[in-house]
Ligand binder design. Structure first.
Ligand code: NAD
Ligand code: WQD
Length: 343
């Protein structure tokens, strides 16, 4: 029988790419999503790519009774890949309780059900935001977690603590937290990708929306950072590379290859790129200009961060292999298909 995996937030940006990779590897996927930040037709798009329709359940994981019922219904689940969360940093400052409620309670409900229904394995979406501005770069998993800049960032730190405490108290449960750096790009089919609501807060969607004419120009936040060209530096990682790491992490748990019941890994490329370098890469990859102006720094931004990926490379046996050009051309193909295509 095919191994069944629950993907929460599976119609979202990273979740949808992970569902495709799971299907490519022969897993049966159950998606749970409340569609608070994604569209139902992503299920059709996934089917178009893989030829397989994933099971879809519309459910808010904050609903404990509903979550319990769902676990009762799908009795063959072997692992949970938990993407579902609210993720807008600025919004989390305005509405902290909504963020704490959604991101913490959904994890707690899942863990309670995993214990009750004997589903042992969880892969959790964490973030490099837990490091704040690290003292030395590239940042390793051993760097200290710093006080969070936002309620959103704090939910990631608290969720990691909930996982750490839970596997200690309930050793039948095993978890891997994956600390993503900056996921960008889209599937090569251009059928799935990032779908920001309203004005994008993140760099690459703002670039693609500017290039297609939805925004007048991009604001580059800060030109006086102590970096290669004065703009801030991040480790951008292709969403398909990121998605593939989830399958490797889930299989590590399924096959009992984990060394501890709670492990955490950096997922980045190991290379930092400045905002101006990203703009340049977009222009080069797609042969079109992006209008931008330099403005003040954005509050709360770190100056520079990129990942030390040694542990993920050696222990997980995973390495990102798609470059900035692929990230930029796939992001552009997705934007064009979204606005001009028939999807
Ligand atoms: P996304 O918003 O595209 O996907 C999240 C999905 O979860 C959405 O489809 C949303 O509808 C769903 N969801 C939210 N709350 C839910 C709930 N209570 N019940 C059921 N479904 C719910 O976001 P994404 O970019 O794919 O991010 C996935 C995960 O990765 C999140 O946990 C996010 O915090 C984390 N992460 C994202 C980034 C990034 O830059 N995109 C970086 C680091 C970590
Ligand atoms: C990247 C760089 C901006 C927009 C955020 C969250 C983090 C994580 C990923 C989930 C920065 C600059 C951006 C623009 C710009 N999410 N920029 N003009 O800030 O690294 O991280 O998303 O866990 O928690 O904080 O990503 O894409 O917003 O910004 O100049 O219009 O681009 O200042 O240097 P960030 P980002």
């Amino acid at each position: 029988m095919m191994k069944q995996i629950l993907v929460t937030g599976g119609t979202g940006y990273i979740g949808s790419h992970t569902v495709v990779e799971l299907q490519n590897k022969g897993y049966e996927v159950v998606i749970v999503d409340d569609l608070s930040n994604s569209e139902k037709d992503v299920v059709d798009r996934i089917e178009k790519i893989s030829g397989i329709r994933p099971i879809f359940e519309e459910l808010d994981l904050v609903d404990a009774a509903g979550t319990d019922k769902m676990f009762q219904k799908y009795s063959n689940l072997e692992a949970v890949i938990h993407f579902a969360a609210f993720k807008a940093v600025g919004e989390s400052v305005q509405e902290p309780l909504r963020y704490y409620q959604n991101n913490l309670v959904s994890l707690i409900n899942l863990l309670n059900c995993m214990r009750k229904y004997k589903v042992q394995n969880m892969v959790f979406s964490s973030s490099c935001t837990v490091y704040g501005q690290p003292e030395s770069l590239p940042v390793t998993e051993n760097a200290p977690v710093q006080p969070a800049e936002s309620p959103y960032g704090n939910t990631k730190q608290i969720c990691e603590e909930i996982l750490r405490d839970s596997v200690k108290a309930y050793p039948e449960i095993k978890a891997i937290a994956l600390r993503y750096f900056n996921p960008v790009g889209a599937h090569k089919s251009a059928l799935i990708g990032e779908l920001p609501k309203g004005v994008p807060q993140n760099l690459v969607p703002f670039i693609t929306q500017t290039a297609i004419g939805l925004r007048d120009q991009l604001s580059v936040f800060g030109s006086d950072y102590n970096t290669v060209d004065g703009s801030a530096v991040r480790d951008y990682i292709h969403v398909v590379d990121l998605a593939q790491a989830h399958i490797i992490a889930a299989e590590r748990l399924l096959e009992g290859r984990n060394e501890e019941n709670y492990e955490f890994f950096n997922l980045g490329t190991g290379t930092g790129s400045s905002v101006l370098q990203v703009i340049n890469a977009f222009e080069e990859a797609n042969g079109l200009p992006v209008k931008y102006k330099i403005v003040d720094r954005r509050e709360g931004d770190v100056e520079q961060i990129w990942a030390d990926t040694t542990i993920a490379n050696e222990v997980l046996g995973w390495k990102a292999n798609r470059g900035l050009d692929d990230m930029m051309s796939s992001a552009w193909a997705w934007e064009k298909n979204l606005r001009e295509g028939d999807c």
